[in-house]
Design a protein around this ligand. Sequence first.
Ligand code: DLZ
Length: 168
Amino acid sequence: MSSADKNLSVFNTDGLPDISSKKFAILVAEWNSEVTERLFEGAYQTLIQYGSSPENIERGNVPGSFELTLGAQWFADRRDVDAVIALGVVIQGETKHNDYINHAVAQGITNVSLKTGKPVIFGVLTPNTMEQALDRAGGIHGNKGDEAAMTAIKMLGLYHQIALAQSR
Ligand code: DLZ
């Protein structure tokens, strides 16, 4: 299923963990800021709606999506950070620049997540047009920021479940 067939802001919320003591970092790319600001708003409000609080959400900006990886590593390396949400928008251009950025960021974020053992969420839109991006940033297809925040919450829930089973 592509995001064109899905509303990114509609999800199953059964069995979500208590996130009131969890610390989240949200990284926001400044490229295409008219979209990334909406992604941030979606992610922030979703965390609040499901039990977080402003003092447990820290925001960091990076110039472009390419820098999300290093920013994510800096946050994930911090002992007090439980999960990182990386938000960006890479729109198809006339060059292959977008392909290089998308692949590098997807791989980089995966690496940071595996290296640190913490959820580092790929909240990067890779649309063909600005219209498609806006449709997925609070438009007709929901908000990728909401979905990224919910993914972070669910991964913390899974971690808790596994840690609990291990301690038995
Ligand atoms: C250079 C570039 C281009 C062409 N397009 C985007 C984009 O669509 N979205 C995005 O987040 N960043 C873009 N960038 C910037 C790179 O991510 C990076 O910041 C620069 O290459 C650093 O010099």
